[in-house]
Design a protein around this ligand. Structure first.
Ligand SMILES: [Zn+2]
Length: 180
């Protein structure tokens, strides 16, 4: 458990230091067997502590659910429907800006092109809704990233560092696209 917590603390700090989340935004989780370790509601990703994490069942709801991130439903649905072991959600400025203009982000820089190819942008469904959870998990069963218009990005992979990495590359590509 400590291993996973240490890793998530590092990922949160990097997201904040790179400006990929603002003070109270974003959430993180990893899957550990039939459970998931997820950030607490309202936690600050830049300064996560051990008490900012909650261990929940992937399928069974509990009274602790209300203390978890407001995007808990998305995290649950992704672990139920996909093979991913980590989910990272952030609000990168350039990604959000570009999301108003397009249904698909296609990087033009060579790194973004190679690593991301193209990233789908879905409508701004209400935060914490089952509809949002379903739309995101459908796409993350095939893609590594999905952008929610005017809101932010979700990335899933086998490791939280990989998911953070995809978001970092996407933000870089979006900054270049916005310069057009
Ligand atoms: Zn958000």
């Amino acid at each position: 458990m400590h291993y996973h917590i240490r890793k998530l603390i590092q990922v949160g700090r990097r997201l904040f230091e790179e400006g990929l989340v603002d003070a109270r935004a974003g959430n993180l989780s990893v899957r550990i067997g039939q459970k998931m370790l997820i950030t607490r509601r309202g936690s600050h990703l830049g300064t996560l502590k051990e008490h900012d994490f909650i261990l929940l069942d992937i399928t069974k709801t509990s009274i602790l659910d209300s203390r978890a991130s407001s995007e808990l439903l998305v995290h649950r649905e992704v672990y139920v429907k996909t093979q991913n072991l980590a989910l990272v959600h952030a609000h990168p400025t350039a990604v959000v800006k570009l999301s108003f203009r397009t249904k698909k982000i296609v990087p033009k820089d060579s790194e973004g092109k190679t690593l991301l190819k193209s990233v789908k942008v879905i409508p701004n469904l209400p935060s914490g809704s089952q509809k949002l959870a379903e739309a995101i998990s459908d796409i993350l069963s095939q893609d590594k990233l999905v952008v929610v218009r005017s809101h932010g990005v979700f990335s899933a992979d086998t490791d939280p560092f990989y998911a953070y990495g995809h978001i970092s590359v996407l933000e870089h590509s979006c900054k270049i696209l916005l310069d057009d």
